[in-house]
Ligand binder design. Structure first.
Ligand SMILES: Cc1cc2nc3c(=O)[nH]c(=O)nc-3n(C[C@H](O)[C@H](O)[C@H](O)COP(=O)(O)OP(=O)(O)OC[C@H]3O[C@@H](n4cnc5c(N)ncnc54)[C@H](O)[C@@H]3O)c2cc1C
Length: 442
């Protein structure tokens, strides 16, 4: 009679409510991860995120091994796999931390079917600071404007303190078989396009905590002034760790607050992450549909294949865009300011549908998540919640002068970009974009 802890976007032992609850079972636990590329509501991970997942699962495996608990890996539709594992081990309970995007429909179905079989299914908060249904405007609807949303969050009860790693963690007697992580081929042997990722990243819970500590000691005091400068290493780079739940937002919240530093601007960025997830909770098809209805008729350009390819490869002839796109390809990451400029360039100068860019980022970002990615693409394109107005078009040359005036960033990633023929004229494309916007404005 064991309890299953079903790990999903929470690859950590600390502040893991599902694990802490399962640990109370005197008969021990089975730790399960399911790679589900088949269920309709689960968006299959992109290639860069799969690289991260491989590393992160290895780290989790090591952490659990110190308690003699194996991490059971299975691949397949989660409903089927979970049902099988429950039967194999004779589990009486399954515990998981909540997901807030489209996959919550799957979780709801599972809860119902497990309960019908007499197995208790418990879900817990843990991947957000505030549960989406607890933050609503006076009409009971989700907030549409970030500033009002974050004010409401800040006047809500503070997020709970993080839970420690359970003091007793024991393996359930009967452990089922596990698949081989390497056989999942999350890091394809050829081509090893992800080779450079190892130079930049060390996935896993221990590193996430170390990075937070380092950031609070060294960078948070200059964060509000320097976070927009891509060459300055002034941000936390915690996003992929948060994406895979190697650290919980409430751990970040409480450790930051206790650090005796000016942390409010930093925490307000976590607020954008919350806003994106609360939006995805209300609109689970966020990556497929412009939230602003008017944009259903936007005259996006068709047949821009060559320009899209130049953008993807960092060959547009605009330094900051090219540097960002190459950084992304080589490291799985791009600085936030540069993401905004690169996204604006695609959607406004090239007039390409934001979904094309969202898909590319989804495949190439190690931190790609199903809320922040489409939310921010819609924000830049002007069709999302509290979005930047469409007529505000980032000029990549002005942005480069302002945020990379010494050229450190561009010279690091795309030194020869200045010699490339620009794929588009900025002033002409700007006028075209504004005309396109006018056509749907009324
Ligand atoms: C087009 C576009 C696509 C993006 N796609 C993603 C994505 O897939 N996943 C992702 O985590 N972020 C995404 N972002 C937001 C942002 O660029 C990254 O969160 C940030 O660059 C991560 O770096 P950091 O951890 O050093 O951030 P910090 O500045 O240290 O911020 C701390 C944390 O706050 C959160 N955060 C900061 N800015 C945002 C934001 N605008 N929206 C949501 N959360 C934010 C992140 O979790 C981040 O780790 C996107 C932004 C744009 C413009």
């Amino acid at each position: 009679m064991v309890a299953i802890t079903w790990f999903r976007d929470d690859l950590r032992l600390a502040d893991n409510a599902a694990l802490s609850a399962a640990a109370k079972d005197p008969d021990g636990i089975v730790a399960l991860y399911v790679l589900d590329d088949e269920t309709a509501e689960v968006r299959p991970l992109g290639s860069a995120a799969r690289w991260w997942l491989h590393e992160s699962l290895q780290q989790l495996e090591r952490s659990l091994a110190t308690y003699s608990i194996p991490l059971i890996l299975r691949r397949g539709p989660a409903e089927q796999v979970l049902t099988e594992v429950v039967s194999e081990v004779g589990a009486t309970a399954v515990h998981w931390n909540r997901r807030y995007g489209a996959a919550r429909a799957l979780d709801a179905r599972l809860k119902e079917s497990l309960t019908a079989r007499g197995i208790t299914a418990h879900s817990y908060p843990g991947n957000l600071l505030f549960e989406p249904w607890t933050v609503a405007n006076s009409s009971g609807d989700p907030y549409a404007v970030y500033s009002a949303f974050w004010r409401a969050c800040l006047s809500s009860p503070e997020p709970d303190h993080p839970l420690p790693i359970p003091t007793t963690l024991i393996p359930g007697g009967q452990q089922p078989y596990s698949e081989d992580l390497t056989a999942w081929n999350l890091q394809p042997v050829t081509p090893r396009w992800w080779n450079g990722f190892h130079d930049r990243w060390v996935p896993g819970e221990a590193k996430a905590l170390e990075k937070l500590t380092h950031f609070l000691e060294r960078a948070v005091t200059r964060y509000h002034e320097e976070r927009d400068f891509p060459a300055r290493s002034a941000t936390s780079e915690l996003s992929p760790h948060l994406r895979f739940g190697e650290i919980s937002p409430r751990t970040i919240w409480h450790i930051s607050r206790a650090a005796n530093q000016e942390v409010e601007v930093f925490l307000s960025e976590l607020g954008w992450r919350e806003f994106a997830w609360h939006t995805a909770y209300a609109f689970p098809d966020l990556h497929q549909r412009s939230l602003n209805q008017k944009y259903q008729d936007f005259p996006w350009r068709k047949g821009a294949g060559d320009e899209v390819q130049a953008w993807q490869r960092g060959n547009t002839g605009y330094g900051i865009v090219d540097a960002g796109m190459r950084e992304l390809w080589q490291t799985g990451f791009m600085h936030n300011r540069v993401r905004m400029v690169a996204a604006s360039f695609l959607t406004k100068n090239l007039l390409v549908d934001w979904r094309v860019g969202e898909e590319w980022f989804w495949d190439t970002l190690v931190d790609a998540d199903e809320a922040s990615n489409p939310f921010n693409w819609q924000w830049v394109a002007g069709c999302g919640r509290d979005a930047s107005p469409y007529f505000r078009i980032f000029n990549p040359q002005t942005q480069q002068k302002k945020f990379d005036h010494d050229g450190l960033y561009v010279n690091c990633w795309a030194p020869e970009s200045a010699n490339l023929e620009p794929v588009v004229d900025l002033s002409h494309s700007r006028s075209e974009a504004l005309a396109a916007y006018e056509s749907i404005r009324h």
